[in-house]
Design a protein around this ligand. Structure first.
Ligand code: GDP
Ligand code: IMO
Ligand code: MG
Length: 438
């Protein structure tokens, strides 16, 4: 490790939860550094199957300190429920800490999120409706409430009520909304937030001390590079910065502390919500990926849009995040295909472009340029060593490495923790016939 960032390289849902749960076997600290309960990170291990929205996916390792960083926006009712569920299923949260600097999502944020979407009509973002955008907007506008405010219950209640009154006025006057239930809802949120008091800490200091002890730290991103507020497909993005650069801001460590950045990518592409998606498949091939890959949102249950792997997107993610490794997930989903297409470039007005166009208007109109690779037509989900993979699978992996110029450090071939291969020669995945020990 010692400080590894795990970041989504596509439009989210790449399998970051699974990868984090797995890699935390070798970590001492895990930190979620941005996003909120728009995230849904699925983990399947000896405790069962979990969909985590706020708690870091390393929580299942009792020796790991699990931190919700200052860059996260916390819906206190969701966190309360998540903690209770984990505890009831035998997973201790004694090692969980929440940054005193993390902002809180309040009921008026959720209401505003939904109102904005309705107002946008056909131009809607397709948000998760969890209040993420309005909560980050209030943070930037310096009108947010934070976890630390909970420590002074009287002032906290006053603060929430004052912000609520201001928002209610806008909701009624500008958007003609019924806000009758808002006060009661805020009361429920205040109670939930107060119940989280034992978890609040100066997490940047905890991290600093861990780093001085040379402990291994994993920084777990939510969403993905293409949903990044600055580097994604704006305005069809989330309201935080999932990219690796923000891992420092959202956890409170210096940039020189980072040692590795691993980008998680599926062997194909998915997207939830609106916005451009050049390799999207709307016919049978898309249905195949959705059914076999079980591509339905962890948070909202929405069917995910599916398409071929896009290497222009991955090259963009490699640059923006400074990727030092790739974790390629859901390779098993391609098992049944005769041929696999991979997008290597785009075509726009007759010209081929290999890098992400700087204009979103152009990105919305590009056509994918594909190369077709042979499928392997074998069940690979039980394979545990790279040398046992079919030659076609190895060729597919090396094609990705050559085109993205980032080594594949980890392959995932099923949802369960044990279904993975740590690649011993990530720059060029070896065939058994290459003669070298894989
Ligand atoms: P995250 O948001 O990046 O953590 O990803 P999600 O949990 O939202 O979506 C990934 C889905 O794929 C989950 O249902 C995982 O259980 C599942 N998954 C992860 N890795 C693999 C894999 O290698 N193969 C298969 N078949 N499923 C996987
Ligand atoms: P994980 O961490 C996939 C998408 C939403 C919408 C856009 C904005 O599980 O990968 P928001 O509610 O954030 O304002 O919605 O971002 N989105 C995600 N898509 N995975 C996620 O998280 C997502 N979180 C938000 O669908 O298009
Ligand atoms: Mg997800």
């Amino acid at each position: 490790m010692p400080v590894l960032v795990v970041v989504g390289a596509q439009w989210g849902d790449e399998g970051k939860g699974k990868v984090t749960d797995l890699l935390c076997e070798e970590a001492d600290v895990v930190v979620r550094y941005q996003g909120g309960n728009n995230a849904g990170h699925t983990v399947e291990n000896a405790y069962g199957k979990f969909a985590l929205h706020l708690v870091p996916s390393g929580i299942f390792h009792q020796h790991v300190l699990a931190i919700i960083g200052n860059g996260v926006v916390v819906d206190p009712t969701v966190l309360r429920k998540e903690i209770d569920e984990l505890e009831s299923r035998g997973v201790s949260t004694a090692n969980l800490r929440v940054s005193a600097g993390a902002h809180l999502i309040m009921p008026y944020h959720i209401l505003l999120d939904r109102v904005y979407e309705v107002r946008l009509g056909k131009g809607k973002i397709g948000t998760t409706g969890r209040g993420i955008g309005p909560a980050y907007a209030d943070k930037a506008a310096r009108q947010g409430v934070r976890m630390q405010d909970v420590l002074d219950p009287h002032t906290f209640r006053e603060q929430v009520k004052a912000f609520m009154a201001a928002k209610a006025e806008v909701l009624v006057k500008a958007y003609d909304q019924d806000v009758g239930h808002l006060e009661e809802e805020c009361e429920r949120y205040i109670e939930a937030a107060e119940s989280l008091r034992p978890y609040i800490d100066d997490t940047a200091l905890l991290l600093w001390n861990a780093l001085r002890r040379e402990e291994r730290v994993l920084l777990e991103g939510a969403q993905g590079t293409m949903l990044d507020l600055d580097h994604g497909t704006y305005p069809y993005v989330t309201s935080s910065n999932p990219v690796a650069g923000y891992a420092c801001v959202g956890s409170g460590i210096g940039p020189m502390e980072l040692s590795e950045v691993w980008g998680v990518t599926k062997a194909y592409t998915t997207r939830v919500g609106e916005g451009p998606f050049p390799t999207e498949l709307t016919g049978e091939e898309g249905d195949y990926l959705r059914e076999v890959g079980q591509e339905f949102g962890t948070t909202t249950g929405r069917p995910r849009r599916c398409g071929w792997l896009d290497l222009v997107v991955l090259r963009h993610a490699a640059r923006i995040n400074g990727l030092t490794g790739l974790c390629l997930t859901k390779l098993d989903v391609l098992d049944g295909l005769d041929a696999i297409k991979v997008c290597t470039a785009y075509r726009y007005q007759g010209e081929e472009i290999r890098e992400m166009p700087p204009s979103q208007a152009v990105f919305a109109k590009v056509e994918p340029v594909y190369e077709e690779l042979p499928g392997w037509k074998t069940d690979i989900s039980g394979i545990t060593s790279a040398r046992d993979l079919p030659n076609e699978t190895i060729d597919f992996l090396n094609f990705v490495v050559r085109n993205v110029r980032v080594p594949i450090s980890l392959i995932s071939l099923g949802p369960r923790r044990e279904q993975h291969i740590k690649v011993p020669h990530p720059d060029h995945v070896q065939r058994a016939s290459d003669g070298r020990q894989a």
